[in-house]
Every structure is written in structure tokens, then in C-alpha cells.
Design a protein around this ligand. Structure first.
Ligand code: HEM
Length: 89
């Protein structure tokens, strides 16, 4: 849970997704969580490289938009190969 006074927004959640999936599935033997590698291209353009043999990168676009919607932020999201490009407002 976020500590009081800690600011949580779409950016912070997305930047923690790799850790969330790794920690969440540590004790689940058969789990094969997706991995995410992060790269910034400028201050508002985040690239999330999706690594999983399930090939669900297309699903990522909707999920990332949903995260934005949850936090009341409009995120411009596109898929390029195995990467999700996210433009923050
Ligand atoms: C914070 C809440 C979240 C939790 C607790 C969570 C947890 C999980 C778990 C337990 C799995 C199954 C892993 C396995 O079977 O090995 C999974 C799969 C997946 N998660 Fe999440 N997840 C969360 C949010 C998200 C979000 C917001 C995204 C994308 C932006 C995402 C992307 C995916 C994808 C694409 C898969 C399918 C497995 C794959 O592609 O290999 N998750 N997640």
C-alpha cells in the first residue's frame, strides 16, 4: 500500500509493473510473469519493452489506457513491435 503522502499516478504504477509481477508471482511455482524493461525517450515518452513468450503485447495497449483512465490521465499509447510507447500529458 502507498504510504500516506506518497503520490501515486499512472507513471508510478507503470514504472512498478515489472516489480509487481515479479514479486506477485515469486511464490507461484508455475507462474511465468511478463517482464518489462523501461526506457525514456524524453521526459514524457516512456517505452515499455514487453518480454513474454505469450505474445500478448496487443493486450498491453488497452491495459495501459485503462491505468491512465483509472488515474484520470489521458495516455497516448501505441504498440511498436514488442514495445509499448506511452506519451504522458
Ligand atoms: C497492479 C496490478 C497487477 C497485478 C497484481 C498483476 C498480476 C499479474 C499476474 C499474477 C499475472 C499472471 C502471471 C503468470 O501467470 O505467470 C499477470 C499477467 C499479465 N499482466 Fe499483470 N498485473 C497487474 C497489472 C497489469 C497491468 C496494468 C498490465 C499492463 C499494463 C499487466 C500486464 C500483464 C500481461 C500482459 C499479462 C499476461 C501474461 C504475459 O503476457 O506473459 N498487468 N499479471
Amino acid at each position: 500500500m502507498p504510504m500516506p503522502g506518497m503520490r501515486v499516478n499512472a507513471r508510478d504504477l507503470l514504472l512498478h509493473l515489472d516489480e509487481i509481477h515479479t514479486v506477485m508471482t515469486k511464490s507461484i511455482k508455475s507462474a511465468r510473469p511478463p517482464r518489462f524493461r523501461y526506457e525514456w525517450r524524453g521526459e514524457k515518452h516512456l517505452i515499455m519493452q514487453y518480454e513474454s513468450n505469450r505474445g500478448l503485447v496487443q493486450l498491453m495497449a488497452g491495459l495501459v489506457r485503462g491505468v491512465g483512465k483509472y488515474y484520470g490521465e489521458y495516455l497516448n499509447v501505441s504498440i511498436v513491435g514488442n514495445a509499448v510507447h506511452i506519451q504522458f500529458p
